[in-house]
Ligand binder design. Structure first.
Ligand SMILES: *Cc1c(COP(=O)(O)O)cnc(C)c1O
Length: 391
């Protein structure tokens, strides 16, 4: 674990090139503002494309659906992983053809499946027999892939048991699809977001076993969807995209031999996380008693409901820059501005901030390009949703 002084050693791309700082000099935002640097998103896309040259990229739209980001990625050749009809329409608005869209949510209303099908989408996620039957009725003949559970070990934002079936059930689900005239296309998993280890190996072992089982039943699967999970650097160092690429490739070779299937990845956080910086303001710095060693509370104009939802359970620990960096620090409780007592971001693991930090100061919250703008309350307490610009 690295926080406190060592955070100053980190080079987080979004502030390295000066573009965001320059923009903020003249932006005069009245509330918190997310600024996303499109050059970094472009760089991230190219890194994925180079590290996994035979893998198609389906950007997970939910991570940041800003139209400029979707357009940039579409122009670079990306495909899109969408969770709803609204996200499908956002992707289509870039001009991509519907064969570059996957409806990757395993929990869909049948009429939304029909709406996607009528827009030309032909690739759907399933994780149970019931969902297969919805696809059969609303999207006849479409391709389906079966999501399997991955345990999420090694992930800082695990995805629990909500999505996917046990690997032993997948061949039955895919056979069910096959018998109902759908194309049993492949297997998917998500190893958990902000994944720091080689969890892909275990998941790929399961996927290969499902391929073999389907083969025995006369069904040849074509694709493995490797999901997301690629990390963004917050305060700890993370594996480079190249390292993920190598371990995925090795795992594919180990489990599929020379019959390597078609693969896709669905990066969300890894595509946009490090491209964004939120400028926020210190509303209050105070103490709960006059005791000498009493901890300081720092209240920002952004919190759990305004875009930093991933601080829930102190899961994601964002780097915070101030104009006083380099000066002496002391641990602080960091909280948001709303009247909900849950709106405290870091308390168990207090956050070191400069002692000279004071009311009215601006702070820069780094690596906030993913899961911020759309992960915010609409108007809780009257606070506006997080504003954002792409430069
Ligand atoms: C959220 C999600 C992703 C993106 O995950 P990251 O960890 O942000 O890369 C990819 N695929 C699916 C199906 C998802 O639900």
């Amino acid at each position: 674990m690295c926080f406190g002084d060592c955070r100053y050693d980190l080079h987080l791309d979004a502030l390295d090139n000066g573009r965001i700082r320059n923009f903020l000099k003249t932006a005069q935002a009245d509330g918190p503002l997310l600024v996303v640097d499109s050059e970094i998103v472009r760089d991230n896309y190219l890194k994925f494309a180079r590290a996994l040259p035979d893998t198609r990229v389906f950007y997970a739209v939910k991570a940041n659906p800003a139209p400029e980001i979707l357009q940039l990625l579409a122009d670079l050749g990306s495909c899109f992983d969408c969770a709803s009809v609204v996200e499908i329409d956002m992707a289509l608005a870039t001009g991509v053809s519907p064969d570059r869209i996957s409806f990757g949510n395993t929990i869909k209303k049948e009429r939304d499946v029909a709406a996607a099908f009528s827009r030309g989408v032909r690739l759907f996620a399933v994780d149970c027999f019931e969902e297969v039957e919805k696809i059969e009725r609303a999207a006849p003949g479409a391709r389906v892939f079966c999501r399997i559970l991955a345990d999420g070990a090694g992930a800082e934002w695990p995805l629990s048991r909500k999505f996917g079936c046990v690997p032993e059930m997948a061949a039955d689900v895919l056979e069910h699809a096959h018998r109902r005239g759908l194309v049993a296309y492949g297997v998917s998993f998500h190893v958990g977001s902000q994944q720091n280890n080689g969890a892909w190996d275990q998941a790929l072992a399961s996927a290969a076993e499902i391929f073999r089982e389907c083969e025995r039943r006369g069904i040849s699967l074509a694709m493995v969807n490797l999901g997301g999970g690629f990390a963004t650097r917050y305060l700890k160092d993370i594996p480079a995209v190249e390292a993920y690429g190598n371990s995925i490739f090795e795992a594919l070779r180990a489990h599929f031999g020379n019959r390597i299937p078609e693969t896709i990845i669905e990066p969300g956080r890894g595509m946009v996380g490090n491209a964004g910086v939120i400028e926020a303001e210190v509303i209050l710095v105070s103490k709960k008693s006059q005791a000498e060693d009493e901890i300081r509370w720092v209240y920002l104009d952004i919190g759990k409901f305004g875009g930093l939802a991933e601080t829930m359970d102190e899961a994601i620990r964002y780097p915070i820059r101030t104009a006083h960096d380099g000066e002496a620090t002391s641990p602080c409780v960091l909280a948001g501005p709303t009247c909900d007592s849950a709106d405290v971001m870091y308390e168990k693991n207090a956050y070191p901030l400069p002692i000279s930090l004071s009311i009215g100061d601006k702070v820069l919250i780094e690596a906030t390009g993913a899961y911020t703008t759309t992960y915010a309350a609409v108007a809780f307490n009257g606070f506006a949703p997080l504003a954002s610009v792409v430069i």
